[in-house]
Design a protein around this ligand. Structure first.
Ligand code: GDP
Length: 301
């Protein structure tokens, strides 16, 4: 059994490669919920939906959110009649979000997600990091903001000075899944706002220390491949590099995969983590995704 910790862009790409090499039933994905919130009356769990759509083969790979080929009739109409529609939610995607919102009247988030993944014939397990609400408070040069205010309304442009979020209780099954896994994988996801919240859920860090853990750097050179990870790493006092990521994960990491471009950092990282592997970590196509998955899984496949 393999447990994967995931955000909503880098790790889902990797999951597409992993399911080609493993029996999907042997994979459990624990997903960040820090960005979950209500928009236009529906519950939006961005990273969970991306992981679900990815494993169902319907993700829009241009944006890494929403469903490929979706229409936007409801979104356009809502805007016409004066609804804010902060997020551009497609019609089919919205139907799925409405279903989740309704399910959550009588079920926990993890139960709702489990029902939806079964309806989508997804054999891997998908568990939200927590059934509790979380909120992130981002201090920027333009004032305090919530996540979507920063990323969507302000397009991630403000300088991030600080951020904090409350630690949550892990959803049922998370600690057991980590403990019973042959390997835990931290995919190339934002270490501060995607993986950080999962690791800080109560008991998770301790469970990770007792498991064989492999991570992939989301930073190549001095930049993330996409998204605001650099701003958040800098704000939290970390160098924006694979060495900076290694420092965040060093307490529980057994193997760290960095990009070939970062060969000059290898020696320094080996002082923190004994097994450092270099490979191409940019995933542009399925071959890249399978190759990276193979490096991670090593003798497991
Ligand atoms: P979010 O929830 O949308 O922020 O997505 P994640 O946290 O899952 O992923 C964002 C991180 O994935 C960013 O820091 C990117 O640098 C990283 N990333 C995206 N694509 C790739 C890739 O192909 N290779 C690597 N190494 N990192 C990637």
């Amino acid at each position: 059994m393999i447990t994967v910790l995931s955000g909503g862009t880098g790790t889902p790409k990797l999951l597409q490669g992993m399911v080609q090499l493993l029996n999907p039933e042997d994979i459990t994905v624990i997903v960040n919920t820090l960005e979950n919130d209500y928009f236009s009356g529906v519950y939006v769990a961005p990273d969970l939906d991306t992981v679900m759509y990815t494993l169902a083969g319907i993700i829009n790979e241009d944006t890494w959110y929403g469903i490929k080929g979706d229409s936007f009739i409801t979104h356009d109409r809502l805007k016409e009649i004066g609804c804010p529609e902060t997020l551009r939610i497609g019609d089919r995607d919205r139907a799925f979000k409405i279903q989740k919102t309704l399910l959550m009247k009588n079920h926990s988030l993890s139960q709702a997600v489990d029902m939806q993944r079964k309806e989508l014939n997804i054999e891997s397990k998908i568990i939200p990091m927590s059934n509790q609400d979380s909120q992130i408070n981002i201090t920027t040069d333009r004032g305090n903001m919530e996540f979507h205010e920063f990323l969507v309304e302000n397009q991630g442009t403000p300088d991030v000075l600080d951020m904090n979020y409350q630690k949550v209780d892990p959803a049922p099954g998370i600690i057991e899944s980590i403990k019973n896994s042959d390997m835990v994988v931290i995919g190339p996801s934002n270490p501060i706002t995607s993986i950080g919240p999962i690791i800080s859920a109560k008991g998770v860090r301790k469970a990770l220390k007792n498991t064989y853990l492999v991570a992939v750097s989301p930073i190549i050179g001095d930049k993330p491949v996409s998204g605001p990870a650099a701003k958040f790493m800098q704000a939290m006092g970390h160098e924006v590099s694979c060495l900076g990521v290694a420092n965040i994960y060093k307490d529980f990491l057994d193997k760290f995969i960095i990009d070939l471009e970062d060969v000059n950092s290898q020696e320094e990282i080996e002082k923190l983590i004994s097994n450092v592997m270099l490979t191409q970590t940019i995933m542009r196509n399925m071959t890249d995704k399978i190759n990276l998955a193979r490096c991670i899984l090593g003798e497991y496949v």
